[in-house]
Design a protein around this ligand. Structure first.
Ligand SMILES: [Zn+2]
Length: 392
């Protein structure tokens, strides 16, 4: 992520104070000084700046312990807005969100499977235009545009290098949108954007230092945040947990290898497994149908999902042993069958982790944000920049 997109975030103290206010809900100047160790005069002068910059406001009076009641400070939620775009293979979703993830407007357009690069960029721009047309406040309140795109991204140039699902290569997303709308644009891979969305809006940030999301749907991907920073790895391909081999045999994966986690746990893998093990399984079976039949207590379909849960559990154990996160959130279409998957996921983890502390202290949850997680994450790309980026 580029440093210093927002000029006004320019000191460590300012970042610390702004985040203290954001994460506290409301807090007095005296408590900020006490809890951060920054001197009261510095707190006062930085708070004055933050109020002038429309990021913080004074709210109601707090409790007094004798004497004058202190004025409390809180984040000015509608001081600024950000645009988030989730560019999927079938639709482009767009939202305008305030500083705490309240969605103020949304637009969704369908895109056809053989879309060209030009058509794709036109559709992205059209979604932004439509969002801006419905925005009834001053345009200066929009901080920028975050884009979540599937496939491999060059973040520096904001280019989508290759996306297997839509077949597009070298799409200059950042350049196109920045030229058209004269706003900062940040582009990120969709699994990482999703991780940011979950971290910002589905999680208590202050309680988690090492946080991961594993997304299980048509493919399997993951994202990792350590100390408020998304991790990318040297070539930007960390988190490709779907292509970690968990067997030397089995199906050939889309990546060319054999035995990848992805070949055992995606929606397609569940259908394949059901067709193999259930003699009268319908020819046009889907993963949704497997779930529906399991809910009707059809034992053989329940078994397919329980077996899938075991493989997901093994994948998670590999992830825990490699990364050792505090918390893993599971998301994606496959996790909609969570009531059948989770018991065997938990059992596999319980049987296989190295030490008791990992079993007891690694929090495993299923996402509660639903389908908005990625588009909120795209919006959070800008928020992450605003709240944590500073030039020293
Ligand atoms: Zn693979």
């Amino acid at each position: 992520m580029q440093r210093g997109t927002f000029e006004f975030m320019k000191s460590v103290n300012k970042t610390t104070i702004l985040n203290k206010i954001r994460l506290s809900g409301s807090i007095s100047r005296a408590d900020i000084a006490r809890e951060t160790g920054i001197t009261p005069p510095t707190v006062s002068s930085i708070v004055k700046e933050l109020i002038r910059e429309n990021l913080v406001m004074e709210s109601h009076l707090g409790q007094s312990i004798g004497g004058r009641k202190p004025t409390l400070l809180q984040l000015k939620e509608d001081g600024y807005y950000v645009i988030g775009l989730d560019a999927g293979s079938k639709t482009i979703k767009g939202i305008i969100s305030d500083l705490v993830g309240h969605i103020h407007s949304r637009v969704e357009v369908e895109i056809h499977p053989n879309i060209t690069k030009g058509e794709f960029l036109t559709s992205l721009s059209a979604v932004v235009e439509q969002l801006l047309r419905g925005f009834n406040q001053h345009i200066d309140k929009i901080l920028g545009i975050g884009v979540a795109m599937h496939g491999v991204i060059d973040r520096e140039t904001g280019t989508s290098l290759s996306s297997v699902n839509s077949g597009l290569i070298n799409v200059p997303i950042k350049q196109t949108l920045e030229e058209k709308f004269v706003l900062p644009v940040l582009v990120e891979n969709n699994s990482r954007a999703m991780t940011l969305g979950e971290y910002w809006f589905g999680n208590d940030e202050s309680a988690v230092k090492c946080f991961a999301v594993i997304n299980i749907g048509r493919g399997v991907g993951s994202g990792l945040i350590v100390d408020n920073k998304l991790i990318h790895g040297a070539q930007g391909v960390n988190g490709e947990i779907g292509h970690v081999s968990i067997s030397l045999g089995g199906e050939r994966c889309s990546c060319g290898n054999i035995g990848c986690l992805e070949t055992f746990v995606t929606g397609d893998a569940i259908v394949l497994s059901a067709k193999r093990s259930i003699s009268n399984a319908p020819e046009n079976l889907t993963a949704e149908e497997v779930y529906r039949l399991a809910k009707q207590e059809k034992q053989e379909y329940i078994q397919v999902l329980e077996e899938t849960g075991k493989f997901i559990g093994v994948g998670i154990v590999n992830f825990i042993h490699t990364v050792n996160p505090n918390k893993i959130v599971l998301s994606g279409g496959v996790m909609k069958s969570k009531e059948f998957l989770l018991p065997s996921i938990q059992q596999a983890i319980s049987e296989r982790v190295l030490i008791d502390k990992l079993r007891e202290e690694t929090v495993i949850e299923v996402s509660k944000l639903g389908d908005d997680i990625t588009v909120l994450g795209a919006a959070a790309l800008l928020l992450n920049e605003l709240f944590y980026c500073y030039t020293v």
